[in-house]
Design a protein around this ligand. Structure first.
Ligand SMILES: C[S@@+](CC[C@H](N)C(=O)[O-])C[C@H]1O[C@@H](n2cnc3c(N)ncnc32)[C@H](O)[C@@H]1O
Length: 271
């Protein structure tokens, strides 16, 4: 079983996927293009959520190519129509065997961050590449979410307190909220070459599309937050703050890291 904190079958997941798609898909598409993505490529999209990026990859590679989108809970992705060369598979990247090999491109966004087995999964994803194939991992660094503007000092403290409690729950579930800053180094140790990374962040004002991510995330674990000492009143104030026009918080920085499997793998086997 996965340790993923958020139940992907819950209604809030649709909201989470929608925010991720609106705020980060344009960034991810640019990063994926930088691999040289071309017609006919074979791609693996891991933990694809709503499959918005998997479907876009399908358009880019065309029917001469193929895209395999895997997801622990594919119900949201299954509601979208897609052509035959884009396949959706219920799959646990930790425990299930890889659905294929010799991929030109493997991509995962905000999946390994959640998995205690992230280094073993990384090795698995590298093994899924053809020599010369690209791995693109995009992960948050949840350790840099400064409040950029607030109606008063107590709102800043409130945001930081509730956010810290959420991060604590994630860590207890086995997530690494700082995985974004570690991912490039881990990819180097996994034997990838031609490594590079870039980071994207923006301001999220109260009421904006992006800031709703905090609402979906906290809504989904209200019971656990209250057990961790966040009061119902604080949660209510937190939700109001997310709508306040004078409140602005930095988005989660998304680190997009990419690396290429060498023609002759210099990795001696599993770490
Ligand atoms: C934060 S969401 C990101 C979704 C999507 N990649 C995106 O960026 O829009 C994390 C996703 O990873 C999936 N996931 C978690 N554990 C998984 C596992 N062991 N195998 C496959 N997918 C998993 C979840 O179901 C969820 O859809």
């Amino acid at each position: 079983m996965s340790h993923y904190l958020f139940d992907s079958a819950a209604a809030q997941s649709a909201g989470r996927f929608s925010v991720l798609e609106s705020c980060y898909d344009p960034v991810s598409r640019r990063q994926l293009e930088l691999t040289g993505l071309a017609t006919g490529w074979r791609c693996l999209e891991v933990g694809g959520g709503s499959a918005s990026l998997g479907d876009w990859l399908g358009e880019r590679v065309g029917p001469q190519g193929e895209v395999m989108v895997t997801e622990l809970e594919p119900r949201w992705a299954a509601s979208r129509h897609r052509p035959d060369h884009v396949r959706l598979l219920r799959h646990d990247i930790v425990h299930d065997p890889l659905p294929g090999k010799d991929y030109d491109l493997v991509h995962a966004r905000l999946v390994l961050l959640h998995l205690p087995e992230r280094l073993a999964v990384l090795d698995k994803l590298v093994a899924a590449l053809r020599p010369g194939g690209w791995l693109v991992l995009e992960e948050f660094d949840c350790g840099w979410t400064p409040v950029l503007a607030a109606p008063d000092a107590s709102s800043m403290d409130l945001f930081d307190r509730v956010h810290a409690a959420l991060m604590s729950l994630l860590e207890t579930a086995g997530a690494d909220p700082l995985w974004g800053r570690r991912v490039l180094g881990a990819m180097a140790l996994a034997g990838l070459g031609e490594l590079t990374a870039s980071t994207y962040a923006e301001a999220w004002p109260g009421g904006s599309t992006g800031i709703a991510l905090h609402r979906h995330n906290t809504d989904q674990v209200v019971d656990r937050l209250t057990s961790a000492g966040v009061s119902a009143t604080e949660l209510e104030q937190f939700q109001s703050l997310l709508q306040h026009p004078e409140f602005v918080v930095n988005s989660y920085p998304l680190i997009s890291a990419r690396g290429c499997r060498p023609q002759e793998s210099n990795k001696q086997g599993p770490r």
